[in-house]
Design a protein around this ligand. Structure first.
Ligand code: ZN
Length: 324
């Protein structure tokens, strides 16, 4: 009801407002607050503005679910120049080409679940230690009511995100890709991959499976955990900064609202029960991009154009975080 549809999202004309929005990226919590104020003031009444499926330009069609976005597509290419164009003077190092602002940076993307998990229930039900508890190695994830699986969503967004980050010069590693490995990896291994890669930032991509009417995205931040092999204390601060920047940029890029069922409208939730966060030694967050069980959210999540925007929002948040 208070939901703001994509066509009413104030920063939507992203091309023309790019300089402003990029400048705001350094003030993400403020930007997010501003958006919330905008919403509270009634800057738009959701009028439900349909789903992302009806929104215009972005890259690929809704049917492009399983493929990576076309590298040369306008939307996937456009973010390349924007952060640099508006970079703070200190960021544009003298002598640097400026063409690859994330050169030397490592980002690990963790596509939540795995399409093969359904066929490997014994393996994924095996318990692994996450410091605070023993939990299943992995889970199958959720799906929309029409059967679009979360694992397919997470891999598609991850591919799009990888393309965007590589365009910025980052070295990107996925914790799994297509059928390799055929299931999992387990949550402890997902964390370990980020740690071993000495990732400057790591993100686990998900979509939620909550009740109908529960809408919007949220970013999950690691709580402070010091138990067994888990010690998140050094990453709590930087992970929060990473998460705030992603949340702010995700709002802007997608027009999606922060979740209306967790996080008190902030789009941020702290948890200490996720192995992928507990065992991380590098700045890491999860993002639940929307609720697959809500038909309006599902219309977005199943749209290739919307997924491209989601990837752009996440990418811009990571870029903002890594450039400081
Ligand atoms: Zn998930």
């Amino acid at each position: 009801m208070s939901y703001v549809g994509p066509d009413f999202e104030p920063p939507r004309p992203r091309r023309s407002r790019r300089p402003l929005t990029v400048a705001l990226a350094a003030l993400v919590p403020g930007a997010l607050l501003g958006w919330l104020v905008y919403q509270a003031v009634g800057g738009s009444d959701g009028s439900a503005a349909a789903g992302g499926a009806s929104t215009p330009p972005a890259a690929s069609s809704a049917s492009a679910g399983r493929s990576t976005p076309p590298a040369g597509s306008p939307d996937s290419a456009s973010p390349r120049s924007s952060p640099r164009d508006d970079a703070k003077p200190t960021a544009a190092a003298p002598g640097a080409t400026g063409s690859e602002p994330l050169a030397g940076k490592v980002v690990v993307i963790d596509p939540g679940h795995n399409s093969g998990n359904f066929r490997h229930t014994a393996e994924i039900n095996r318990k692994v230690n996450i410091g605070t508890a023993w939990k299943e190695c992995d889970t199958t994830g959720t799906a929309t009511d029409d059967g679009y699986p979360e694992a397919q969503f997470t891999l598609d967004v991850s591919h799009r995100l990888r393309t965007l980050l590589e365009q910025q010069g980052a070295t990107v590693k996925l914790t799994h890709d297509r059928d390799e490995p055929p299931w999992g990896p387990c949550v402890d291994e997902r964390a370990r991959i980020g740690n071993t890669a000495h990732a400057d930032a790591a993100i686990s991509i998900h979509a939620d499976g909550s009740a109908t009417g529960n809408r919007g995205f949220h970013v999950i931040l690691p709580g402070s955990v010091h138990a067994g092999s888990a010690d998140t204390r050094p990453i709590v601060g930087p992970s929060r900064e990473l998460g705030e920047r992603i949340a702010g940029n995700f709002v802007r890029a997608t027009g999606s609202a922060p979740a209306n069922y967790v996080g008190g409208g902030t789009g941020l939730v702290t948890r200490a029960d996720l192995g992928g966060l507990n065992l991380s030694t590098v700045p890491k967050v999860f993002i639940e991009c929307g609720n697959m069980r809500d038909s309006k959210d599902a219309a977005r999540l199943t749209s290739g154009a919307w997924r491209q925007k989601a990837a752009e929002g996440i990418s811009e948040g990571i870029v903002s975080f890594l450039r400081g």
